[in-house]
Ligand binder design. Structure first.
Ligand SMILES: Cc1cc2nc3c(=O)[nH]c(=O)nc-3n(C[C@H](O)[C@H](O)[C@H](O)COP(=O)(O)OP(=O)(O)OC[C@H]3O[C@@H](n4cnc5c(N)ncnc54)[C@H](O)[C@@H]3O)c2cc1C
Length: 314
Protein backbone atom coordinates (compact mmCIF):
# COMPACT_ATOMS: atom_id res chain seq x y z
CA UNK A 1 0.00 0.00 0.00
CA UNK A 2 1.02 3.58 -0.64
CA UNK A 3 1.65 5.81 2.39
CA UNK A 4 2.28 9.56 2.66
CA UNK A 5 3.65 10.02 6.18
CA UNK A 6 5.92 8.20 8.59
CA UNK A 7 2.92 7.70 10.89
CA UNK A 8 0.96 6.00 8.09
CA UNK A 9 3.99 3.84 7.26
CA UNK A 10 4.18 2.61 10.86
CA UNK A 11 0.42 2.01 11.05
CA UNK A 12 0.50 0.04 7.78
CA UNK A 13 2.78 -2.64 9.31
CA UNK A 14 3.72 -5.32 9.89
CA UNK A 15 5.04 -5.33 6.36
CA UNK A 16 8.01 -4.63 4.12
CA UNK A 17 9.05 -1.11 3.19
CA UNK A 18 9.69 -0.38 -0.49
CA UNK A 19 11.98 2.50 -1.51
CA UNK A 20 12.68 2.12 -5.23
CA UNK A 21 12.02 -1.64 -5.20
CA UNK A 22 15.16 -2.40 -7.25
CA UNK A 23 16.55 -4.83 -4.70
CA UNK A 24 13.28 -6.22 -3.39
CA UNK A 25 11.29 -6.76 -6.60
CA UNK A 26 13.74 -9.20 -8.28
CA UNK A 27 13.77 -11.23 -5.03
CA UNK A 28 9.96 -11.34 -4.96
CA UNK A 29 9.75 -12.21 -8.67
CA UNK A 30 12.14 -15.12 -8.19
CA UNK A 31 10.25 -16.21 -5.07
CA UNK A 32 13.53 -15.87 -3.20
CA UNK A 33 11.44 -13.86 -0.67
CA UNK A 34 7.72 -14.04 -0.09
CA UNK A 35 6.87 -10.76 1.71
CA UNK A 36 3.10 -10.26 1.56
CA UNK A 37 2.42 -6.66 2.70
CA UNK A 38 4.39 -4.04 0.82
CA UNK A 39 4.51 -0.47 2.15
CA UNK A 40 5.54 1.94 -0.63
CA UNK A 41 7.46 4.92 0.75
CA UNK A 42 8.13 7.09 -2.29
CA UNK A 43 5.40 9.65 -1.42
CA UNK A 44 6.64 10.19 2.12
CA UNK A 45 7.91 13.78 2.07
CA UNK A 46 9.82 13.40 5.34
CA UNK A 47 12.16 10.89 3.69
CA UNK A 48 13.32 13.50 1.16
CA UNK A 49 15.80 16.36 1.41
CA UNK A 50 19.53 17.05 1.20
CA UNK A 51 20.72 19.94 3.32
CA UNK A 52 23.36 21.27 5.72
CA UNK A 53 22.25 22.44 9.16
CA UNK A 54 23.79 22.81 12.63
CA UNK A 55 27.10 21.21 11.65
CA UNK A 56 25.56 18.18 9.92
CA UNK A 57 24.75 17.19 6.35
CA UNK A 58 21.31 15.52 6.28
CA UNK A 59 20.44 13.01 3.53
CA UNK A 60 16.84 11.78 3.25
CA UNK A 61 16.55 7.98 3.12
CA UNK A 62 14.17 8.37 0.17
CA UNK A 63 16.61 10.39 -1.94
CA UNK A 64 17.63 8.57 -5.12
CA UNK A 65 21.20 7.52 -5.75
CA UNK A 66 21.21 9.65 -8.90
CA UNK A 67 20.20 12.79 -7.01
CA UNK A 68 22.87 12.14 -4.36
CA UNK A 69 25.54 11.59 -7.01
CA UNK A 70 24.97 14.97 -8.68
CA UNK A 71 23.97 17.15 -5.72
CA UNK A 72 26.55 19.98 -5.24
CA UNK A 73 26.44 19.77 -1.43
CA UNK A 74 27.06 16.00 -1.42
CA UNK A 75 29.81 16.28 -4.02
CA UNK A 76 31.52 19.05 -2.04
CA UNK A 77 31.13 17.82 1.53
CA UNK A 78 30.88 14.03 1.10
CA UNK A 79 32.66 13.11 -2.15
CA UNK A 80 32.85 9.42 -1.20
CA UNK A 81 29.03 9.26 -0.89
CA UNK A 82 28.49 11.05 -4.23
CA UNK A 83 31.03 8.77 -5.94
CA UNK A 84 29.56 5.59 -4.42
CA UNK A 85 26.02 6.59 -5.39
CA UNK A 86 27.22 7.44 -8.91
CA UNK A 87 28.67 3.99 -9.61
CA UNK A 88 25.98 1.81 -8.01
CA UNK A 89 24.18 -0.58 -10.39
CA UNK A 90 23.09 1.16 -13.65
CA UNK A 91 21.70 4.61 -14.58
CA UNK A 92 18.14 3.21 -14.73
CA UNK A 93 18.46 1.69 -11.25
CA UNK A 94 20.12 4.80 -9.78
CA UNK A 95 17.14 6.88 -10.99
CA UNK A 96 14.75 5.07 -8.66
CA UNK A 97 16.92 3.30 -6.08
CA UNK A 98 17.02 5.08 -2.72
CA UNK A 99 19.75 5.55 -0.15
CA UNK A 100 17.61 3.85 2.53
CA UNK A 101 17.04 0.83 0.28
CA UNK A 102 20.71 0.66 -0.56
CA UNK A 103 21.69 0.43 3.11
CA UNK A 104 18.88 -2.03 3.95
CA UNK A 105 19.42 -4.23 0.87
CA UNK A 106 19.46 -8.02 1.17
CA UNK A 107 22.78 -9.79 1.54
CA UNK A 108 23.53 -11.98 -1.49
CA UNK A 109 24.79 -15.51 -2.05
CA UNK A 110 24.84 -17.84 -5.08
CA UNK A 111 22.81 -20.38 -3.10
CA UNK A 112 20.13 -17.84 -2.01
CA UNK A 113 19.72 -15.61 -5.09
CA UNK A 114 18.03 -18.37 -7.10
CA UNK A 115 14.46 -19.37 -7.83
CA UNK A 116 12.61 -21.37 -5.20
CA UNK A 117 12.62 -24.29 -7.72
CA UNK A 118 16.44 -24.20 -7.97
CA UNK A 119 16.78 -24.00 -4.20
CA UNK A 120 14.34 -26.91 -3.80
CA UNK A 121 17.22 -29.31 -4.49
CA UNK A 122 19.14 -28.07 -1.45
CA UNK A 123 18.72 -28.32 2.28
CA UNK A 124 17.34 -25.07 3.76
CA UNK A 125 20.10 -22.64 4.74
CA UNK A 126 20.11 -20.04 7.56
CA UNK A 127 18.65 -17.44 5.20
CA UNK A 128 15.77 -19.72 4.15
CA UNK A 129 14.85 -21.10 7.56
CA UNK A 130 17.35 -23.93 7.98
CA UNK A 131 20.48 -24.35 10.05
CA UNK A 132 23.37 -24.54 7.61
CA UNK A 133 25.44 -22.20 5.44
CA UNK A 134 26.10 -23.90 2.08
CA UNK A 135 29.08 -21.66 1.51
CA UNK A 136 30.89 -22.53 4.75
CA UNK A 137 29.16 -25.65 6.12
CA UNK A 138 30.80 -25.39 9.57
CA UNK A 139 29.85 -21.71 9.99
CA UNK A 140 27.36 -21.08 12.83
CA UNK A 141 25.87 -18.15 10.85
CA UNK A 142 24.93 -17.13 7.31
CA UNK A 143 27.96 -15.91 5.36
CA UNK A 144 26.11 -14.18 2.50
CA UNK A 145 27.87 -10.96 1.52
CA UNK A 146 26.58 -7.40 1.96
CA UNK A 147 27.27 -5.43 -1.22
CA UNK A 148 26.06 -1.90 -0.48
CA UNK A 149 28.35 0.69 -2.06
CA UNK A 150 26.89 3.64 -0.17
CA UNK A 151 27.34 1.90 3.21
CA UNK A 152 31.14 1.81 2.89
CA UNK A 153 31.16 5.55 2.19
CA UNK A 154 28.74 6.45 5.00
CA UNK A 155 30.85 4.46 7.48
CA UNK A 156 34.03 6.46 6.99
CA UNK A 157 32.11 9.69 7.62
CA UNK A 158 30.68 8.24 10.88
CA UNK A 159 27.11 8.67 9.67
CA UNK A 160 24.09 8.06 11.88
CA UNK A 161 20.62 7.00 10.77
CA UNK A 162 17.37 8.34 12.18
CA UNK A 163 15.28 5.23 12.73
CA UNK A 164 11.70 4.80 13.87
CA UNK A 165 10.85 1.58 15.67
CA UNK A 166 7.55 1.05 17.42
CA UNK A 167 6.95 4.82 17.18
CA UNK A 168 10.25 5.55 18.96
CA UNK A 169 12.70 7.75 17.05
CA UNK A 170 16.43 7.54 17.65
CA UNK A 171 19.77 8.24 15.98
CA UNK A 172 21.69 5.02 15.48
CA UNK A 173 25.30 4.82 14.21
CA UNK A 174 25.14 3.43 10.66
CA UNK A 175 27.69 0.75 11.64
CA UNK A 176 25.27 -0.51 14.31
CA UNK A 177 22.24 -0.31 11.99
CA UNK A 178 24.07 -2.42 9.39
CA UNK A 179 25.20 -4.94 12.02
CA UNK A 180 21.63 -5.41 13.24
CA UNK A 181 20.28 -5.54 9.69
CA UNK A 182 22.94 -8.02 8.61
CA UNK A 183 22.25 -10.38 11.52
CA UNK A 184 18.46 -10.31 11.00
CA UNK A 185 18.89 -10.65 7.22
CA UNK A 186 20.80 -13.90 7.66
CA UNK A 187 17.83 -15.53 9.39
CA UNK A 188 14.60 -16.22 7.48
CA UNK A 189 12.65 -16.52 10.72
CA UNK A 190 13.65 -13.00 11.80
CA UNK A 191 10.80 -11.19 10.06
CA UNK A 192 10.18 -8.55 12.72
CA UNK A 193 9.15 -5.23 11.25
CA UNK A 194 12.56 -3.62 10.67
CA UNK A 195 13.34 -0.05 11.63
CA UNK A 196 12.05 2.57 9.22
CA UNK A 197 15.03 4.68 8.21
CA UNK A 198 13.99 8.32 7.81
CA UNK A 199 17.29 10.09 7.07
CA UNK A 200 21.01 10.06 7.67
CA UNK A 201 23.20 12.74 9.25
CA UNK A 202 26.92 13.19 8.84
CA UNK A 203 29.08 15.68 10.78
CA UNK A 204 30.34 18.31 8.29
CA UNK A 205 33.93 17.28 7.48
CA UNK A 206 36.66 19.76 8.46
CA UNK A 207 38.37 21.96 5.87
CA UNK A 208 41.37 20.30 4.27
CA UNK A 209 40.07 16.73 4.60
CA UNK A 210 40.31 14.51 1.51
CA UNK A 211 37.95 11.61 0.94
CA UNK A 212 36.91 9.31 -1.85
CA UNK A 213 35.45 5.99 -2.95
CA UNK A 214 36.66 3.26 -5.30
CA UNK A 215 34.84 0.20 -6.58
CA UNK A 216 35.97 -2.79 -8.64
CA UNK A 217 33.21 -4.68 -10.49
CA UNK A 218 33.15 -7.15 -13.38
CA UNK A 219 31.31 -4.64 -15.60
CA UNK A 220 31.67 -0.94 -14.89
CA UNK A 221 28.26 -0.07 -16.34
CA UNK A 222 26.06 -2.34 -14.22
CA UNK A 223 27.27 -4.58 -11.47
CA UNK A 224 27.59 -5.23 -7.79
CA UNK A 225 31.02 -4.50 -6.36
CA UNK A 226 33.55 -7.30 -6.08
CA UNK A 227 35.27 -5.00 -3.65
CA UNK A 228 34.91 -1.35 -2.69
CA UNK A 229 36.91 1.06 -0.55
CA UNK A 230 36.22 4.44 1.04
CA UNK A 231 38.62 6.57 3.01
CA UNK A 232 39.04 10.02 4.46
CA UNK A 233 42.28 11.61 5.63
CA UNK A 234 43.61 14.98 6.76
CA UNK A 235 41.68 17.93 8.14
CA UNK A 236 43.16 17.51 11.62
CA UNK A 237 41.24 14.44 12.72
CA UNK A 238 42.20 10.73 12.63
CA UNK A 239 41.78 9.07 9.22
CA UNK A 240 39.22 6.37 8.59
CA UNK A 241 39.06 3.69 5.91
CA UNK A 242 36.64 0.86 5.18
CA UNK A 243 36.14 -1.91 2.63
CA UNK A 244 32.88 -3.46 1.47
CA UNK A 245 31.64 -6.53 -0.44
CA UNK A 246 34.11 -8.69 1.46
CA UNK A 247 31.99 -9.89 4.41
CA UNK A 248 28.43 -9.80 5.83
CA UNK A 249 29.04 -6.14 6.69
CA UNK A 250 31.66 -3.53 5.64
CA UNK A 251 34.91 -3.83 7.56
CA UNK A 252 36.85 -0.95 9.17
CA UNK A 253 40.49 -0.79 8.02
CA UNK A 254 42.16 0.41 11.22
CA UNK A 255 45.77 -0.45 10.44
CA UNK A 256 45.35 1.28 7.07
CA UNK A 257 43.99 4.44 8.72
CA UNK A 258 46.84 4.40 11.26
CA UNK A 259 49.40 4.09 8.45
CA UNK A 260 47.85 7.15 6.76
CA UNK A 261 48.06 9.13 10.01
CA UNK A 262 51.71 8.12 10.47
CA UNK A 263 52.45 9.64 7.03
CA UNK A 264 53.54 6.27 5.58
CA UNK A 265 54.01 6.11 1.81
CA UNK A 266 51.45 4.58 -0.56
CA UNK A 267 53.11 1.16 -0.66
CA UNK A 268 53.14 0.93 3.13
CA UNK A 269 49.48 2.01 3.39
CA UNK A 270 48.54 -0.56 0.73
CA UNK A 271 50.44 -3.28 2.61
CA UNK A 272 48.59 -2.30 5.82
CA UNK A 273 45.30 -2.60 3.95
CA UNK A 274 46.24 -6.08 2.71
CA UNK A 275 46.95 -7.12 6.30
CA UNK A 276 43.65 -5.59 7.53
CA UNK A 277 41.70 -7.51 4.89
CA UNK A 278 43.61 -10.76 5.39
CA UNK A 279 42.28 -10.61 8.99
CA UNK A 280 38.77 -9.25 8.42
CA UNK A 281 37.50 -10.28 4.98
CA UNK A 282 35.36 -13.42 4.75
CA UNK A 283 35.20 -14.14 1.01
CA UNK A 284 32.81 -16.80 -0.29
CA UNK A 285 32.08 -18.26 -3.70
CA UNK A 286 30.32 -15.70 -5.90
CA UNK A 287 29.13 -15.86 -9.51
CA UNK A 288 32.34 -15.72 -11.64
CA UNK A 289 34.41 -14.66 -8.61
CA UNK A 290 36.39 -17.28 -6.68
CA UNK A 291 37.66 -16.14 -3.25
CA UNK A 292 41.26 -16.19 -4.54
CA UNK A 293 40.39 -13.52 -7.11
CA UNK A 294 38.91 -11.31 -4.42
CA UNK A 295 42.04 -11.68 -2.26
CA UNK A 296 44.03 -10.44 -5.25
CA UNK A 297 42.05 -7.18 -5.11
CA UNK A 298 42.95 -6.25 -1.53
CA UNK A 299 45.74 -4.03 -2.88
CA UNK A 300 43.31 -1.98 -4.99
CA UNK A 301 43.09 0.64 -2.27
CA UNK A 302 46.28 1.86 -3.96
CA UNK A 303 44.13 3.12 -6.87
CA UNK A 304 42.02 5.22 -4.49
CA UNK A 305 45.13 6.55 -2.72
CA UNK A 306 46.63 7.53 -6.06
CA UNK A 307 43.47 9.32 -7.22
CA UNK A 308 43.25 11.29 -3.96
CA UNK A 309 46.91 12.30 -4.20
CA UNK A 310 46.43 13.39 -7.81
CA UNK A 311 43.33 15.43 -6.97
CA UNK A 312 45.47 17.13 -4.29
CA UNK A 313 47.85 18.31 -6.96
CA UNK A 314 44.88 19.97 -8.65
C1 LIG B 1 21.22 -5.40 -11.62
C2 LIG B 1 21.44 -4.84 -10.25
C3 LIG B 1 22.66 -4.30 -9.93
C4 LIG B 1 22.88 -3.77 -8.65
N1 LIG B 1 24.10 -3.25 -8.37
C5 LIG B 1 24.33 -2.71 -7.14
C6 LIG B 1 25.61 -2.13 -6.85
O1 LIG B 1 26.49 -2.07 -7.70
N2 LIG B 1 25.81 -1.64 -5.60
C7 LIG B 1 24.84 -1.66 -4.65
O2 LIG B 1 25.08 -1.18 -3.55
N3 LIG B 1 23.62 -2.21 -4.90
C8 LIG B 1 23.34 -2.72 -6.12
N4 LIG B 1 22.11 -3.26 -6.40
C9 LIG B 1 21.10 -3.41 -5.31
C10 LIG B 1 19.99 -2.30 -5.30
O3 LIG B 1 19.54 -1.96 -6.54
C11 LIG B 1 20.49 -1.05 -4.67
O4 LIG B 1 21.08 -1.40 -3.45
C12 LIG B 1 19.42 -0.01 -4.41
O5 LIG B 1 20.06 1.13 -3.85
C13 LIG B 1 18.31 -0.46 -3.49
O6 LIG B 1 17.47 0.67 -3.25
P1 LIG B 1 15.88 0.58 -3.40
O7 LIG B 1 15.33 1.87 -2.91
O8 LIG B 1 15.49 0.17 -4.76
O9 LIG B 1 15.60 -0.59 -2.38
P2 LIG B 1 14.30 -1.49 -2.21
O10 LIG B 1 14.36 -2.62 -3.16
O11 LIG B 1 13.08 -0.65 -2.21
O12 LIG B 1 14.52 -2.00 -0.72
C14 LIG B 1 15.63 -2.81 -0.37
C15 LIG B 1 15.44 -3.22 1.10
O13 LIG B 1 15.50 -2.07 1.93
C16 LIG B 1 14.31 -1.92 2.70
N5 LIG B 1 14.05 -0.47 2.75
C17 LIG B 1 13.88 0.37 1.71
N6 LIG B 1 13.73 1.64 2.14
C18 LIG B 1 13.77 1.58 3.50
C19 LIG B 1 13.67 2.56 4.53
N7 LIG B 1 13.50 3.87 4.29
N8 LIG B 1 13.74 2.14 5.82
C20 LIG B 1 13.93 0.84 6.10
N9 LIG B 1 14.03 -0.13 5.17
C21 LIG B 1 13.97 0.24 3.88
C22 LIG B 1 13.26 -2.72 1.99
O14 LIG B 1 12.27 -3.21 2.87
C23 LIG B 1 14.07 -3.85 1.38
O15 LIG B 1 14.23 -4.88 2.32
C24 LIG B 1 21.84 -3.77 -7.67
C25 LIG B 1 20.60 -4.32 -8.02
C26 LIG B 1 20.39 -4.83 -9.28
C27 LIG B 1 19.03 -5.38 -9.60
Amino acid sequence: MMVKTVKEALEAGPGTYVGGGTDLMPLLKNHARDDRTLIFLHQVEELRGIREEDGYVYLGAGETLYDLSVHPLVRKRLPAVAQAAGVTASPQIRNIATLGGNIMQDRRCVYFNQSRFWRGGLELCFKTGGAICHQIPNSPVCRAIYYSDAATALLVYEAEAECVEEERRSWVPVAELIRRHSQANGLACDRRLPALVVRFRIPVPPEGERSGFYKYAMRATIDFPIINFALRAGGGRPSRAAAGAVAPEPVPLEETAAALDQGKDRDAVTAACQRDLARLALPIREACVPPAMKRGLYSHIDILLRSLTQSDRG
